[in-house]
Design a protein around this ligand. Sequence first.
Ligand code: GLU
Length: 479
Amino acid sequence: MDRPVRVRFAPSPTGYLHVGGVRTAIFNHLFARHHGGAFLLRIEDTDRERSTDEAVEQILDSLRWLGIDWDEEPVFQSRRAELYRAHLERLLAEGKAYRCTCKPEELDAKRKRAVAEKRTYKYDGTCRDRGPDQADRGPYTVRFKTPWEDLPRSFDDIVLGEIPIDAERLDDWILARSDGSPTYNFCVVVDDADMGISHVIRGNDHVDNTPRQLLLYRALAYTPPAFAHMPLTHGPDGSKLSKRREAEYRAQGISVSVQEYRKMGYLPHALLNYLTRLGWSSGDQEIFSRRELEELFDLGAVGRSAGIMNPDKLKWLNAHYLKETPPAELAGLLAPFLRERDVRVEPGERLVRIAEMLAPRARTLEEMADAAMVFFRAPETYDPKAVKKWWKADAAAILGRIRAVVAEIDLDDEQAVEQAFRELADELAGGKLGKVAQPVRIALSGSSATPSLFSVLSVLGRQESLARIERALDEIERA
Ligand code: GLU
C-alpha cells in the first residue's frame, strides 16, 4: 500500500442507520483496523431540510453499539461551505468549470423534447459555448466542463474489476446550484481529497458516480483514492431491502434499521459477524471474533453478488454468542427486556441464575425475556394441549404429593429434589419421571416446556412454587 490507509463512512443523516449502510461502515472499519489506518466519519448533511440532529445521534449511537469506533472528529459537510466555495472558484478561474445561466424553463423544455424523441436527456453545453462573460445574465449554476476530448476509458474497482466509462452517461453536470449550494458529487471529491482518503469503500449504488468524481479529481490535480464498491444487501426473498416491507421483515426477525436489531434482542457482535460474513468469506468459517475479523478481512475476498439476509442464520449466530456471554453480563442485557414487559427487576444473583439457565435455549434476548416471564408471573392460563396430555385422572393425587415434597425439602438442593421426584415416580408412575414432572411443570408455568424443572423450583422458591401448585389443584378440581 503506497499511501497511509484512511477510509471513511459517509452517512446522510436523514433517518435511521440502514443495515446495508452499516455493512459498508463495518467493511471500512475492518479494512482500516487491518491495515493500522484511520477510519473517519463524515456526516453528509448538505440537505438541510431532511438532515436532523436526532438522525446524527441515532447513527452515532448505532455505530457505538456495534463497537465501530472512529478516529478524529467527525466531519460535517454543512460546516464546510468555505472549502467548497474555494474549490469552485479555483475551477472557474482555471476554466475547468463554467457558469450556466440557462433558465429552468429552457432546460425543462429541452428535457421534455428529449423524452418525446426517446433520447436520454443531457445538458447540451449552451453556456459552455457562450464563454465566461455571463455576469449580467442573472442567476447561474456552476457546471463542470467535461473534458470530452480526453476521457479515460475505464477505471479499476477493487471488487468489481475494470469498469468501462460510458461517455453517453456523462454531461456537464452541476457542481453548485443557483443558490450556491454544492452538489453531492462535488462535495464528495473535495472532502475525500481534503480528508486524505486512500480508499473509497461504499455501496455499488455509487458506481455510476465514480467517473464524474474521477474527472473532478483530475481537474483539481488531486490523487484519486482507490475504489471498492460493495454489493448491496437484499431481503430474504432476494429483492432490495425496502422500508415499506418492514412489518414483514420484523415478523422474520430482521429489519432495515440497525436500531431495531438491538430492540429485537440481538447482540452487537452477532450482527457484526453476520453482516461481515454476508458478502465476505474466509474459507467456510462462520464464527469470527472481532480480532479474527480484523486480522483476516480483505477487500479481495468480498463477493460481487448481493448479500441476501437469512434470518435463521442471524439467529443461529446470535444464539451462539448468547451462550458465550458470561451470565452476569447476560443478566444486565436481559434486564431492560424484562422491564419492557413490566417486570421490575434489578440485575442480581437471581437474574444471573435465570440468564444462565435460559441462555442455552434462546436465540435472542427477546426470546429469553419471554421464557424468563415464568419466574415473574404465575400462569394465568394452562396450555390446553399440555393439560390434555398430562393432567389425567391422577394429576390431583400427583400434585398433592408433590406439594408435600415442595413444602418440606430444601429447593436449592436440586439433586435432593430430583431424588424425591424419582422416588415419587417409582411409587406412583412405574418409574416414569415425566408422569410426575410434567404435571408440575404445567402447574408452575402453564406449559410443558420449561428449562430444568428443578432449577425452576429452586429459582421460584418455596412460597411461590406452593402457591402455583395450589392454584393448579383448584383448577383441576374445577374442571
Ligand atoms: N452519503 C452517501 C450515501 O449515504 C455516501 C457516499 C459515498 O460513500 O461516497 O450513500
